[in-house]
Design a protein around this ligand. Structure first.
Ligand SMILES: Nc1nc2c(c(=O)[nH]1)N[C@H]1C(S)=C(S)[C@@H](COP(=O)(O)OP(=O)(O)OC[C@H]3O[C@@H](n4cnc5c(N)ncnc54)[C@H](O)[C@@H]3O)O[C@H]1N2
Ligand code: MOO
Length: 346
């Protein structure tokens, strides 16, 4: 790269090669002059007021690439399904989501990309639920000019290791709910769990069968699970009876329905007594009573992934331990917080 230093008062008609940022009394004001701006007579005193005695005209050598073009090419190489790339802005390129869904980060490829000299790619944590239009990631190169080989290496990496990020839209499985507990079944108290679970399922766009009820008997719980499965439920939540009382028989009921347990006990708080099983292809969740009392629980880490079509295993539940402790903030800002954002899961 060659840079020609030109005194500002001789720069009339020249092209500003990159954004010139104005800092007023230590306050960042954003670019005063955009890259590509052609200097007009009235700009010269303005540039001098900014303290610029010279501007630098940039001449790229063969095999070199400007930061804006490099950032754009890396962003385009990294963007998987449902990820949009914007134009370079102050030399960084933002990647946003085209849809509502689950962000998937190819963690191994992300780390390899950031190993490349002068490349930075920064993103939200793996498995973050995101909205359409939401900022997912940003990328840039560090110097003003990089060897084109750096960009070629980034492009090759995204071809061989896979795209860095994608967003999987939520599918809309038909879901069933079995509310357990003799006190509710015998109508001694009003069901407060069913409506909470129904609303949560519907928030991902799913349709929900009418809530089924069962007393604290494993056989009766299994029967309701079987009935829902026969009716075509593709996901079943079973509430309550998940703890250590003698009448907490929901895990037994789930097993009795023929479901195979992946994990009973999640390293997530709230949600420790959570259970995930599969009856054939149908995920069956045993949800402890905390799901009724707390707005955000383990269910909010697991449901978006099930709605995105993931088959979760024991190891996936164990991986939730990193970031699995809710701070129980006075004002909940989930998912804009560390809950469920360990980021180590591949
Ligand atoms: N000694 C221990 N006690 C508890 C433990 C433990 O490990 N050792 N774990 C605690 C944790 S963590 C949780 S979470 C809860 C788990 O509760 P369960 O899922 O077993 O909940 P239940 O016993 O069925 O109910 C608790 C409470 O909530 C009421 N309930 C339940 N379902 C409904 C409903 N559909 N509508 C209205 N109210 C409902 C129920 O009547 C009970 O009062 O256990 C901790 N304890
Ligand atoms: O399953 Mo419980 O969340 O730890 O309250």
């Amino acid at each position: 790269m060659k840079q020609r230093k030109v005194p500002v008062d001789e720069a009339l008609g020249m092209v500003i090669p990159h954004d010139l940022t104005k800092i007023v009394r230590d306050e960042y004001k954003g670019p005063a002059f955009r890259k590509g701006h052609v200097i007009k007579p009235e700009d010269i005193p303005e540039l001098q007021k900014m303290g610029k005695a010279h501007i630098f005209a940039l001449e790229l050598e063969p095999g070199e690439i400007h930061e804006d073009d490099a950032g754009l090419r890396i962003a385009q190489a990294a963007a998987g399904k449902n990820v949009l790339t914007g134009g370079p802005k102050e030399s960084r390129v933002n990647l946003t989501s085209a849809v509502r869904g689950l962000l998937k980060v190819n963690v191994a490829a992300l780390l390899a990309l950031n190993e490349l000299e002068d490349v930075v790619f920064s993103c939200l944590s793996n498995h973050t639920p995101v909205e359409a239009g939401e900022l997912l990631a940003a990328t840039k190169v560090i110097p003003l000019v990089v060897p084109e080989q750096t960009v070629l290496d980034a492009e090759t990496l995204c071809e061989t290791m896979g795209k860095i990020i994608e967003v999987v839209p939520y599918q809309a499985p038909k879901a069933g709910i079995v509310v357990t507990g003799g006190e509710v079944y015998h109508k001694r108290i009003k069901d407060a769990f069913g409506p909470v679970l129904r609303e949560k399922l519907q928030s991902y766009g799913g349709s929900v069968f009418p809530v089924a009820y069962a007393p604290d008997e494993a056989g009766a719980i299994a029967e309701q699970i079987d009935l829902l499965a026969d009716q075509g439920a593709e996901l079943i939540l079973v509430s309550g009876g998940m703890s250590v009382d003698p009448d907490d028989v929901t895990p037994q009921g789930i097993r009795l329905s023929g479901a195979k347990v992946e994990k009973y006990g999640a390293p997530v708080l709230p949600g420790a007594m959570f259970l995930l099983a599969y009856k054939g292809e149908i995920p069956i969740i045993g949800m402890p009573a905390c799901g009724m009392y707390f707005r955000i629980t383990v269910l909010d880490l697991v449901l978006p992934r099930l709605f995105a079509g993931e088959r979760l295993r024991r190891a996936d539940i164990i991986a939730l331990s990193h970031g699995g402790l809710c701070r129980n903030c006075p004002e909940c800002r989930y998912p804009r917080c560390s809950f469920g954002q360990g980021g180590i899961q591949g």
